[in-house]
Write a protein that binds this ligand. Structure first.
Ligand code: ASP
Length: 445
């Protein structure tokens, strides 16, 4: 079995086992299953895996982006790639939320329902746009890296890369070193991904055991409409974009993006999925690292089509429920706020709700309305994160194709799998030769 298939099997088994635990009634507060299986084994293995992925994000983005900038070697082209991807990201997000509002509004979801919110939702502060802009430039790059602030890291890496190019030939050794470090990071991702099938199983079994599907029946209208629009965006809107702007085959894309989607689905985080997205987009889809090293982390931060769709549907749902008529102006504000909010917030689990509270405050919808959808949000977060990362990959391909930075043969090669580009074994001969060479070098000193 290849790795993609193993991960998908892990996911499916996780869902089945999780639901079985939920239905069996063995999963209650303080039970053996809850303490040792879902809250114990599954929780620990799943969380360790997410930690491992997150561990890779900062060094991978830093090294691959510096390599990318040096690989392009042309500041103007860099600017073009930056502005194009920004425009596409904003465009796809705006289309996503606009279509969500139109469809959900047309279906009239939430109309005639009683607004009784049980869960209390306390809104967390989302950063104001001015701060987002100012903080793109870190006062201290090390602390930006320590905190995983993606836009600051991107800014620092680009400036560092450009400066290396300006230093010129003297910097060759440094660039070579960073290239080796980048390759090493990719190998680390390979090692971590080999464990993915088991981790994905644990993550999904835990989520399903805890959530079950009872909750959904109460909010079935909201869930079905939202999931439906997410799928429409993924399979129709994004694929239309891909075909029209790059001419690439949506079928091959959908086949190759599957494993990235599974990672996004099980971690609920575009950020944690960056290593996998980057690897897939470069190695299996043929996007040159000089484009992908920028578009992928940039997209994980600013591009959230799935999240925008959730905001559109949730706004219509709650406005209808509370009998508030937002009018065209109100909905236009919602679209604008969602697009802006997605730029300033990182792709981490549950961040969509924070963005939603920003939107609600702006248009004057009651914040406790968010409490209504809180229960089902965890699972919908998984689904929308899978759409978010697919959007990142589509834009990466479109930008790469337009700048002639796409290896079309790699894209069209359908047999390329996740595991094809590297075994996780250390070749004994190579290891021994390497050790010998190191020993000789040190003795020489
Ligand atoms: N979890 C999503 C992401 O990481 C963001 C959200 O919708 O909450 O992309």
């Amino acid at each position: 079995m290849n790795l993609t298939l193993k991960v998908i099997v892990g996911m499916a088994l996780g869902v089945v086992v999780g639901l079985a635990i939920n239905f069996s009634g063995l999963h209650y507060q303080g039970s053996f299953v809850q303490e040792f299986i879902t809250g114990g084994l599954f929780y620990v293995v799943g969380k360790m895996f997410i930690n491992a992925l997150n561990m890779m994000v900062v060094p991978l983005v830093l090294f691959s982006l510096i390599c990318g900038v040096c690989g392009i070697g042309d500041v103007k082209l860099l600017g073009k790639i930056g502005s194009k991807s920004f425009a596409f990201y904003v465009l796809t997000t705006a289309v996503a939320i606009a279509s969500a509002i139109v469809i959900a509004g047309g279906l009239g979801i939430g109309e005639g329902m009683n607004a009784t919110s049980e869960a209390n939702f306390t809104a967390r502060e989302a950063p104001p746009l001015t701060d987002v802009l100012i903080n793109i430039i870190p006062t201290n790059p090390i602390s930006a890296m320590a905190r995983g602030e993606m836009l600051s890291i991107i800014f620092f890496a680009i400036l560092f890369g450009i400066s290396l190019l300006m230093v010129g030939i003297k910097a060759t050794k440094v660039i070579e070193l960073i290239e080796v470090l980048n390759e090493t990071m990719m190998k680390m991702v390979t090692i971590i991904m080999a464990l993915a099938p088991y981790a994905v199983f644990c993550l999904l079994a835990k989520a399903m055991a805890e959530l079950g599907i009872d909750l959904f029946t109460q909010l079935i209208g909201y869930v079905v409409v939202l999931a439906g629009i997410l799928l429409v965006h993924l399979f129709i809107t994004l694929m239309f974009f891909l075909k029209v702007f790059s001419g690439l085959s949506p079928r091959i894309f959908l086949k190759k993006i599957r494993s990235v989607q599974v990672f996004a689905f099980s971690t609920s985080s575009s950020n944690a999925t960056v290593p996998v997205t980057l690897r897939t987009v470069t190695e299996r889809m043929g996007v040159n690292n000089s484009v992908a090293s920028f578009t992928v982390p940039f997209g994980a931060t600013i591009n959230m089509d799935g999240t925008a769709i959730m905001q559109g549907v949730a706004t219509v749902f709650i406005a209808n429920m509370y009998g508030v008529d937002l009018g065209v102006g109100g909905y236009l504000t919602v679209i604008m706020m969602s697009v802006l909010a997605s730029i300033g917030t990182a792709g981490v689990p549950g961040v969509g709700l924070i963005m939603l509270s920003m939107v609600f405050t702006q248009v004057g919808l009651p914040l406790e309305g968010i409490g209504l959808i809180l229960g089902v949000d965890r699972l919908l977060d998984m689904l929308r994160t899978a759409v978010n990362v697919s959007g990142d990959a589509v834009v990466s391909l479109v930008v790469a194709k337009s700048e002639d930075k796409l290896d079309i043969e790699v894209f069209n090669n359908e047999s390329l799998d996740d595991s094809d580009r590297g075994s996780i074994k250390v070749d004994r001969e190579v290891g021994r030769d390497f050790a010998k060479a190191m020993a000789t070098a040190y003795r020489g000193k």
